[in-house]
Design a protein around this ligand. Sequence first.
Ligand code: 16G
Ligand code: ZN
Length: 547
Amino acid sequence: MSINLRTVYAFAREMYPKNSKETIQYGTAGFRGKAEFLDSVMFRMGVLATLRSRYREGAVIGVMITASHNPEPDNGVKLIDPKGEMLESSWEKIATDLVNVSDQELEQHVGQIIKDNNIDVTSSSYVYVGMDNRYHSPRLLKAVADGVIALKGNVREFGIVTTPMMHFFVVAANTKEAYGKPTEESYYEKLISSFEKLRNGRVENGNYRNSLIYDGANGVGARKMLQFIKRMNNSLAVTVINQGIGTGKINEDCGADHVKVKQRVPVNMPDVEPFTRCVSVDGDADRVVYFYTDDEGQFHLLDGDRIATLVADYLMEQIKRCDLNLRIGLVQTAYANGASTDYIINELKVPVSCVSTGVKHLHHKALEYDVGVYFEANGHGTIVFSDSAKSLIAEAAKTNEDAKSLLLIIDLINETVGDAISDMLLVETILNHKGWDVKDWSAAYNDLPNLQLKISVQDRNVIKTTDAERVCVEPQGLQEEINKVVANYKRGRSFVRPSGTEDVVRVYAEAATKEDVQQLAYEVGRLVQRLAGGVGPELVNPSNAHL
Ligand code: 16G
Ligand code: ZN
């Protein structure tokens, strides 16, 4: 097979011309932006995925088209490496350069990537592509596929799927189907059969009830949940709201990000009994948070930190019962609520580490343990088991019932990436096992009040951080000022970081009371505006807001 790089240029010029002069950055999880500027990015990512597959000796590379929890006009692309991880960081730079060269430079630039990485262009390459249900996703999927075709790669389209399903398909293919088959049916089958075996016909237990409300964010998670329901034998009674079929925009006033950040219920909530278990996923179903409303109408969130602590506690108990010597560890980011970290250290007594935002960092760290539980507070997370842990558990399962359950738990978990539906089925399994309702679950610890602000600045990259983003090293002096402010608040904590998905600086604050956290977030937000080139209106001091 021979490849003519002229074809790449011809495709680019005729069909996917670069129509934006602004530099596009590889963000926390790939490229994201307004859909109308992404055609050339997608085409080039198809090219890159093909090269990456050849570089990895023909392993399947995944491409997922989605802007996750962003609003409907946005779209984006995530590349999935052979083991289901995010694209290796050294290739993020290659990706960034590739999307930013002009159409005229493209042919030569692709040639250079091939040369620099010693890629054998005569070898085979395989790219899997999937998309969310945004109306512009099919157009962008075609652009990715054309990028693959331009370099004579093999492309397989999966249509509308969740991000975690794409990770599953890639791993399934690259493990020669040891992980499952790379098909939608195989994915459903693997999760549902382990879930139902774990339930073993006992759908209710103690305070645990078998029904819940599921907010699908008008995204792919809604459609796929409907498919799950069809295939489940009433082992879980799920009512899906914000189904996104016909009405409602993706993530608009609903979904995991809305519920977590706004700390309020999604639109279209039915009238339910207080303390009804509710769950929200994001637009591409790789995040999940739980919530409920109490008998006084007060909203309560059970976020990624809660899921992580519930899961870690359960796994520790199971491992102990099986009498296995496995090292379990928990990984969080700076966004984890301080109360959850205290609980992990003092009550669970599990080693906990803090890493930078973004799944790739958490996943990587979690691999250091036999059983690594990782979750971001926003609900993105999963559990990874080392190969030796898996074989120890499998060995024990020959004689021990608890170890058998643990094996089923491993099957229920989508180890490749945070998977809202798999995580939800895991939480349901644990709550059922413990006989818990949301009140029991909430009782472990009380979240510290917390708040996030977005600050617009001229150039968010002036903010540089260290120590898992908890300390800001540039602009000089900003951290000292933040420290002074934080010192005035009981249980105060705050940090700032440039977003990797939006053109803003994020401020996180937590403190002992709601009033304090509002004031603390405001003060730190003002510091960012003053010292990091803020643009737009000045923040309003909450203590003057009533004047
Ligand atoms: C992306 C990340 C998520 C992170 C978020 C932070 C993946 C798959 N997703 O959605 O983990 O929490 O970005 O966004 O890595 P930010 O950088 O805008 O705060
Ligand atoms: Zn997402």
